[in-house]
Design a binder for this molecule. Structure first.
Ligand SMILES: Cc1ncc(COP(=O)(O)O)c(C=O)c1O
Length: 412
């Protein structure tokens, strides 16, 4: 049984007595859950590493769940950390790794969050879970709700890839497509719905669910056998990944299980880069921007209202940085990742590789540094991002001559 301390406000220090109120009544910040871990020892670390459980739940004591019987798991975690030799050579970074989260149960990093989030929902006795999402969170909340025995209502903006809507429906969710700006209109309706219907909120405004991405830190330390990356690059929207990874590394540091932490990098689409802008300007908080259309639709977020400032703090504390990428750079990185590493990442996920390329070219990342890029979502989530010329789809006659001509045209 994990020992949980109460929810508290990271800004003003308010301590909550409720387990279901997520926002500070004084300063309106999202509360933070701190799990009591000070009793853990080096031998607990060894036991966790030896466990046959290959999910994030190997690190149970770091998550805000009281009883193991509440765990809702679909086998998430322990995703491959791949030394991608050909891509490493191309980028000029000898120790280049891809953390392949495309293999998570619903195909994106959201499963790390929702396994924890829905486990708590079950423990607290909720009946319906909800999320507003550009698509990946919708599918993940739907899947984990199904496994937990909860109903789910997911809200997506008009224009969301049909493949993502189909996926959420396949898990039995009620999918509501909403016309309007994601950061303002959809967000306003979402907040009102959570209040009106008392549904379990699975957004980054839920402190329990935010703990899930600490598992990136746990897994990297384990998979690199104690060696710490020099840089970890994470595709960033709401800021949960950066904030939570940093918390995970800091918890390990506080226990003496590691001796240093990596520099963290947030990669964003230039069309929706409020965290990059705030980082460059040296601001303590994020100024919302109007997110423009981008091929990296999963991270098209202009107002990371819940955790933006905490992600900024993590980037600075870790001595990291933040990089904005143009759509051409993102598509090029997606193509490189497919052609040289054999991994199909959705455009949002490929921003981490695009950022690695840019930082290496600028000399910020050194040739022999150990770099991990999180590949946060599968390419099949947004298949239309890969453009195929009509000519390539036109059927040819069943002759060797026609085949030869086609192969030559394709450059093989
Ligand atoms: C594919 C993908 N990558 C990265 C993210 C980044 O999320 P966050 O900044 O909250 O970790 C998201 C979700 O918003 C996503 O769908």
């Amino acid at each position: 049984m994990a020992v949980i301390s109460e929810l508290c406000c990271p800004k003003c220090g308010y301590r909550s007595t409720s387990k279901t109120v997520f926002q500070c009544p004084n300063c309106k910040s999202i509360l933070e859950v701190n799990v009591e871990i000070s009793h853990l020892t080096r031998s607990d670390f060894d036991t966790m590493r030896r466990s046959r459980d290959r999910t994030i739940w190997r690190w149970f004591d770091f998550f805000p769940i009281e009883n193991r019987s509440s765990i809702v798991s679909l086998g998430e975690g322990c995703t491959p950390l791949i030394h991608s030799k050909r891509l490493a050579e191309h980028l000029g970074i000898s120790r280049f790794y891809l953390k392949n989260d495309t293999v998570l149960p619903t195909g994106s990093l959201k499963d790390r969050s929702n396994s924890v989030g829905l486990s708590v929902a079950k423990e607290l006795g909720f009946m319906t879970a909800t999320v507003m999402s550009t698509g990946n969170a919708a599918a993940s909340v739907a899947a984990y709700s199904a496994a937990a025995g909860l109903k789910s209502v997911v809200m997506v903006p008009a224009g969301t890839a049909t493949s993502k809507i189909i996926q959420a429906r396949a898990y039995g969710a009620t999918v509501v497509v909403i016309d309007g700006d994601f950061d303002y209109d959809v967000a306003k309706l979402y907040k009102a719905a959570v209040q009106e219907f008392g549904w379990y909120d699975c957004l980054s405004s839920n402190p329990y669910r935010d703990e899930g991405k600490k598992s990136y830190a746990h897994e990297m330390v384990d998979q690199l056998d104690g060696e710490i990356p020099d840089w970890v690059i994470h595709p960033t929207a709401g800021g949960t990944g950066i904030y939570a990874m940093w918390k995970g590394f800091k918890e390990f540091l506080s226990l003496g299980w590691i001796s240093r932490a990596p520099r963290l990098v947030a990669s964003q689409s230039a069309a929706a880069a409020p965290i990059v802008a705030a980082f460059v300007k040296g601001l303590r908080d994020v100024e919302p921007v109007v997110a423009r259309e981008t091929i990296a639709e999963s991270i098209q977020v202009g107002n990371p209202v819940s955790l933006g400032w905490r992600a900024l703090a993590a980037l600075r504390e870790s001595k990291g940085t933040a990089v904005a990428l143009r759509d051409e750079e993102i598509l090029q990185a997606q193509s490189l990742t497919g052609h040289l590493a054999g991994l199909f990442a959705e455009p949002a996920a490929a921003t981490s590789v695009a950022a690695a390329k840019k930082l290496r070219e600028a000399g910020v990342i050194g040739q022999n540094e150990l770099v991990v890029c999180n590949l946060t979502g599968h390419g099949l989530k947004q298949p239309d991002a890969v453009r195929i010329p009509d000519e390539a789809l036109r059927p040819i006659g069943p002759t060797l001559d026609a085949l030869r001509a086609q192969v030559i045209r394709a450059g093989n």
